[in-house]
Design a protein around this ligand. Structure first.
Ligand SMILES: [Cu+2]
Length: 148
């Protein structure tokens, strides 16, 4: 008896092939959409800022692609996430003459979170991240952005 029921069900499905076909097409379209996103999607990196470090302090991104940076600051001090141009050397202390070597920067207020966006450098390599606020880099607030 269960076998007969199963056969009847199969016969029913065969009588409505368009429904199955349409479902398949929708699935295919969805898969294409997801695959398309995978090739050119946003990538997210995040960090917690404290006095005076980034956690984590090493991030990986894909060259030339959009990056979402999420910062959390649970400390009582403002902090910055400053991406320096490739090979840039900072002359301590980090101040006005180092500003010209900044590729991107974002600040986060004490006790708050911030989301910002930038485009990863087109050239693969290792980039230095620092906190640009007076005295923070000197106390070890730095990290590394690896662009692949
Ligand atoms: Cu800082």
């Amino acid at each position: 008896m269960p076998i007969v029921t199963r056969i009847q069900m199969n016969a029913k499905q065969l009588r409505h092939p368009s429904k199955t076909w349409r479902g398949g097409m929708i699935l295919l379209m969805f898969a294409t959409l997801v695959a398309g996103c995978g090739q050119n999607n946003a990538q997210t990196i995040s960090t917690n800022t404290t006095d005076f470090s980034f956690t984590p302090n090493v991030w990986n991104v894909r060259a030339g692609e959009r990056v979402t940076l999420r910062m959390m600051n649970e400390s009582n001090t403002e902090h910055e996430w400053v991406l320096l141009q490739q090979g840039a050397e900072v002359t301590m202390p980090f101040d006005a003459d180092d500003e010209a070597r900044i590729a991107f920067e974002s600040e986060v207020e004490p006790g708050s979170a911030k989301v910002s966006f930038f485009t990863a450098p087109a050239q693969a390599g290792t980039y230095r991240i620092v906190c640009g606020l007076p005295g923070h880099l000197e106390q070890g607030m730095e990290g590394t952005l690896i662009v692949q």
